[in-house]
Design a protein around this ligand. Structure first.
Ligand code: BDR
Ligand code: CA
Length: 304
């Protein structure tokens, strides 16, 4: 099993990722942390709690993280994910279970308490991760690797060059890419190919209750490519389980933190500015295999 801290901003594709994360025994979920991104951190925290509750995973602690980026003003993506961040399904009333500590402290405690190095997965703005790096630099030695959904080498989804998670807090992303952590970057280059096709979306609603729940959320998910709805954040988990489905290359990534290209991730593909690399970057994915795997994993969730 993979010991994981999962940093997220649910968010509809985040909800899809959490659904797999919380139900797959390959993942030993040590902590879920939340960040402002798709919607406010109050809403992303509530949404994470809705899902731990839905999947009967009250054993998984949820810790609330940063409410705004390090430098930039906060701007949400409610236009894509709805005002609540997870619209379309009634999760009922909640028992509260947020732990008292702020996300960065909870991460630090979890990392220090672990007997094995932790896999950190981040699928929202990278504010919490940057704060961890700055506040608890010794923790980096106990992080096996950081797997992120974010960035792009082939154009953006928020501006023509910037991907949403990096654009939301570029200063944090820059700290993360320069931290020396072993970083795997799953950007739009692959996540826009990891889609649920229109046919699969129709099938999903018939599979089981979780499929119905996800299908209801996806009906409200305004993100779409020519072929279907992109499951951006789910790529982190698919990659951890099936790295052979991705084509990877080691590249130096610079993050642009000001000017018209703010939030862009520039890959030194020709190795003209750096003779070293700081990220394992996904260039391509077997999209149909992803689509089939996602349906299978939802079908295997025991609704009872
Ligand atoms: C990323 O931005 C968010 O809206 C999604 O949840 C995903 O993490 C895609 O650019
Ligand atoms: Ca996200």
């Amino acid at each position: 099993t993979i010991p994981i801290i999962f940093d997220t901003d649910p968010g509809i594709d985040d909800a899809a990722a959490l659904s797999i994360l919380l139900t797959n025994s390959a993942f030993d979920v040590r902590l879920v942390t939340t960040v402002a991104g798709n919607v406010s951190v109050d809403k992303t925290t509530l949404n994470a709690l809705k899902l731990t509750h839905y999947f009967n995973r009250q054993d998984v602690k949820v810790a609330r993280g940063a409410e705004k980026p390090l430098v930039k003003p906060f701007k949400d993506a409610a236009a894509i994910h709805g005002e609540s961040g997870m619209p379309g399904y009634d999760f009922g009333t909640l028992s509260t279970q947020t732990i008292a500590d702020e996300a960065v402290v909870a991460m630090h405690q979890t990392i220090q308490a672990s007997h094995e190095p932790i896999t950190l997965v981040a699928v929202g703005a990278f504010t919490n991760i940057a704060m961890l790096i700055q506040r608890f630099p010794d923790d980096l030695q106990k992080i096996e690797r950081l797997v992120i959904m974010g960035g792009s080498l082939s154009g953006g989804n928020l501006t023509s060059v910037a991907e949403f998670n990096v654009f939301t807090d570029p200063d944090a992303a820059k700290i993360v890419f320069e931290s020396g952590l072993s970083i795997t970057m799953l950007g739009l280059d692959v996540t826009e190919k990891a889609v649920l096709t229109t046919d699969s979306l129709a099938t999903l609603a018939q599979i089981n209750e979780t499929g119905r729940m996800l299908s209801a959320l996806f009906d409200h998910y305004a993100d779409h490519t020519g072929t279907g709805k992109p499951m951006h954040d789910v790529n982190t988990l698919y990659y951890l389980l099936h790295p052979e489905k991705y084509q990877m290359r080691d590249i130096w990534i610079d993050v642009v933190t000001s000017g018209p290209a703010i939030g862009a991730t520039v890959g030194d593909i020709l190795q003209s500015t750096h003779d070293t690399t700081n990220a394992h970057v996904a260039l391509d994915i077997d999209g149909p295999a992803f689509n089939a795997w996602f349906l299978l994993k939802v079908a295997q969730i025991d609704d009872a």
